[in-house]
Design a protein around this ligand. Structure first.
Ligand code: PMP
Length: 345
């Protein structure tokens, strides 16, 4: 990896971050808080939240086996996807490389930040070649994005392919593990010490059952986490989200139960789906959804909409022609999907 300072935008390296009221008094025990121009009358939300979310991180740390200082929390992992563009990529000059197809926000963030987005097509089995990714890079490539398990294809990539990119790329590698809780593969977050250029993303929106609270996680070296903290909005995770996260993190058996129910349902739904006359191919999945090639994706999509069942039509996504992406629902939702599709003519 290049020296971190050589990867970071010079203005960000030099940036003196905003120091908020809650940063300045930290560690001091006080009963009178007349420093932040808040309304003093208690209604549970009249105070600003903890800017660095110490309590939430203290609960995540043992669970994910990552020290608190290597964790960033953001307003969804979408925030943790956007910040690296603002930290590393000089608008109009730098570029990023990503597999294609993949999660659409990488490209949206690149374009919002005026950063060239280079796509490297997956092969017919939805795998990527590390050499192809590396050869798409030039001296201005700051980040490579690898989503594993990948959205929308559903598959996790072989570990050695990701390791090769981590070893050989001189810039930052973001491994988005939003769906890793559904996959038997070992998480890359255990490797942040080994690879100083690695950022691993996780989210509360999938297995954790909390898409509505908007809480995403990034795991990386303390230097990279320091840069995230420098650039983020001072109070990026609101007080209601922090409270709810603490509640969710206090009930790990519920999380485990949900994951195993979703995985059981995934196998049942896949087996039934494969026997449907509309199903031409069902792709292997390590996530809580699967991609299926069907006889007529647009027509079936609209037929399901009419029945009040919404799946994701991926027919116009590169390499996903003819495909629908189906999230594993409850037993009842999956039964409704199957019975609607059995009636389709
Ligand atoms: N990464 C991937 C691969 C996703 O599919 C999604 C959501 N669809 C996200 C990140 C965004 O997650 P969050 O809700 O944490 O912003």
């Amino acid at each position: 990896m290049k020296k971190l300072q050589d990867l970071v935008r010079p203005n960000i390296w030099a940036l003196k971050p905003y120091s908020c009221a809650r940063d300045e008094f930290k560690g001091v025990k006080a009963d009178v808080h007349i420093d932040a121009n808040e309304n003093p009358y208690d209604n549970n939300v009249n105070r600003y939240p903890d800017p660095l979310q110490d309590k939430v991180k203290a609960m995540i740390s043992p669970l994910k086996n990552v020290p608190v200082e290597n964790i960033f929390l953001g307003n969804g992992s979408d925030e943790a996807i956007d910040l690296p563009f603002r930290i590393f990529c000089r608008p109009g000059k730098d570029n990023v490389v990503a597999i294609e197809p993949t999660y659409g926000m990488y490209q949206v963030c690149a374009e919002t930040n005026d950063v060239e987005y280079r796509k490297v097509l997956l092969d017919e089995n939805y795998n990527f070649s590390p050499d192809a990714l590396l050869s798409a890079c030039d001296e201005n490539t700051k980040i490579i994005f690898i989503c594993s398990p990948n959205n929308p294809t559903g598959n996790a990539f072989p570990r050695e392919n990701i390791e090769k990119v981590l070893n050989e790329f001189q810039g930052i590698v973001i491994v988005d593990e939003a769906y890793a809780d559904f996959s038997p593969q070992r998480s890359f977050r255990q490797d942040i010490n080994k690879y100083p250029n690695l950022i691993v993303l996780n989210t509360f929106s999938k297995a954790w059952g909390a898409a509505g609270i908007r809480l995403g996680m990034a795991f990386a070296s303390t230097d990279i986490i320091g840069l995230f903290n420098k650039v983020k909005y001072p109070y990026n995770v609101n007080i209601l989200t922090q409270k709810k996260a603490i509640e969710i993190l206090s009930d790990l058996p519920l999380l485990q139960r949900h994951i195993s129910m979703i995985l059981d349902e995934r196998e049942t739904l896949k087996r039934a789906f494969e026997t449907l006359p509309i199903c031409e191919k069902l792709y292997p999945t390590d996530a809580n959804f699967f991609l299926a090639k069907v006889t007529d994706a647009d027509k079936i999509y609209h037929y399901l909409v009419e029945k009040g069942i919404i799946v994701r039509n991926r027919n116009r996504v590169t390499l996903c022609q003819g495909c629908l992406r189906i999230t594993i629902g409850t037993k009842d939702e999956n039964t409704k999907l199957l019975s609607a599709l059995r009636q389709y003519k």
